[in-house]
Design a protein around this ligand. Structure first.
Ligand code: CXF
Ligand code: ZN
Length: 381
């Protein structure tokens, strides 16, 4: 498939954040052609993740505006820059906020997905190649976000931030694998690795926690215990195979003791998806001695410190952390897409809302109200 727009500036619609916390404005932007090792992607579907909202609110971080947010999406390669060999126009792809250059010591290690070149950088608003933005309005540059900026009909990414996927996969479903869902799923399947028949506790029943529960269901866990301070989340979580619920507010005792009593000494695995430091400590202390493994996924506050008695570790409990579910984006995402294609992984239940691109601010409202899990934004409507 050859494109007539290759090498040209494309004028298209993008949702521009002009100021922190102010509604996005759909503007006509100019998108420059991809440079060396870059790809221009036509976005068909994008969805909103908490990280977009967090940086749009710009609480405590360096504000970089105007900016185009968005990092969960699915699209089709429109054109490629010099040196790009493994993608061609027409390929279906998922953009990823944390890349895989395939050359650095992390990419070469089987154990890491923390690419030196393309690891998430929320402070950079320009392309690595020349330190410039590919977006502009009447000559004024508009900043990028985490190398993806998917709230635009066309966007430019480093080739290492683009995962080529099965063209038969419906992009309006698999787009949610760009971030949150893969993060939770991989935390369970790649890091916690529960055995069949085991007991898994999930702290935090938002989209990431429910994806961790989905991982536990796929792994064949027989008990999945959901822990959340918000009891409204329990009903929805039943669809994800969560079998029991604990609201720490309902108990006088610390939650790790409640879980120990329910499970004859502790859960086999726990996955923390809240970002609250207390939840992280409880998630560690609730695992069984001798074999229990706790996995931290949630992003803590800047000044948090993890405190536990070292005896908890000496008694053979393990604590681990993970980033993007330990998936190497380009190498591993195609196989996650296949899990959906062969019906092992269910994605529909995560999609609670859908809006047209012109209504993108509604997606922000749902997220701010804590309503639903994922809102798909259709670029063609
Ligand atoms: C997050 C993961 C933790 C750091 C900030 C970005 N991922 C995407 O939303
Ligand atoms: Zn995200």
């Amino acid at each position: 498939m050859s494109s007539t727009t290759a090498g040209q500036v494309i004028r298209c619609k993008a949702a521009v954040a002009w100021e922190a916390g102010k509604p996005l404005v759909i503007e006509e932007v100019e998108v420059a052609p991809p440079q060396a090792m870059e790809v221009r992607l036509k976005i068909l579907f994008t969805s909103l993740c908490h990280t977009d909202v967090y940086f749009w609110e710009a609480k405590g971080q360096t504000p970089l505006f105007p900016r185009i947010f968005g990092h969960e999406a699915g699209g089709i390669v429109e054109s490629i820059g010099e040196g790009v060999t493994d993608l061609k126009p027409g390929d279906h792809a998922l953009p990823v906020f944390t890349g895989e250059c395939k050359e650095c010591r992390h990419c070469k290690s089987e154990e890491s997905n923390m690419c030196d070149l393309l690891r998430i950088n929320t402070d950079r608003g320009v392309m690595l190649n020349d330190g410039k933005s590919r977006f502009s309005i009447n000559g004024q540059p508009i900043y990028h976000f985490v190398g993806t900026s998917t709230f635009s009909e066309y966007t430019v990414l480093h080739v290492g931030s683009v995962a080529k996927i099965n063209p038969a996969a419906p992009l309006d479903k698999v787009c949610i694998l760009s971030c949150g869902i893969s993060t939770g799923l991989g935390a369970t399947l790649n890091v916690a690795k529960p055995k069949k028949g085991s007991t898994v506790a999930v702290f935090g029943l938002g989209a990431v926690g429910l994806a961790a529960a989905e991982g536990a269901r796929i792994a064949g866990a027989s008990r999945i215990i959901g822990v959340d301070l918000n009891a409204k989340r329990f009903d929805e979580a039943k669809k994800f195979g969560v079998t029991e619920f604990v609201n720490p507010k309902d108990h006088e005792k610390p939650v790790h003791e409640v879980l120990a009593e329910m499970t004859n000494g502790g859960v086999d695995r726990s996955i923390e998806c809240t970002g609250s430091i207390n939840a992280m400590i409880s998630a560690f202390e609730c695992v069984h001695d001798g074999w229990g493994v706790a996995v931290l996924v949630g992003v803590p506050n800047k000044d948090d410190a993890f405190k536990t008695h070292p005896m908890n570790l000496l008694n053979e409990r393990t604590i681990k952390g993970t980033f993007f579910g330990n998936y190497k984006p380009r190498s591993d995402l195609p196989s996650v897409v296949e899990k959906y294609m062969n019906k092992e992984l269910e994605l529909e239940k995560f999609i609670t809302h859908e809006v047209s691109f012109s209504e993108i601010n509604k997606a922000f409202e749902y997220m701010l109200k804590g309503e639903g899990l994922r809102c798909i934004i259709r670029m063609d409507a």
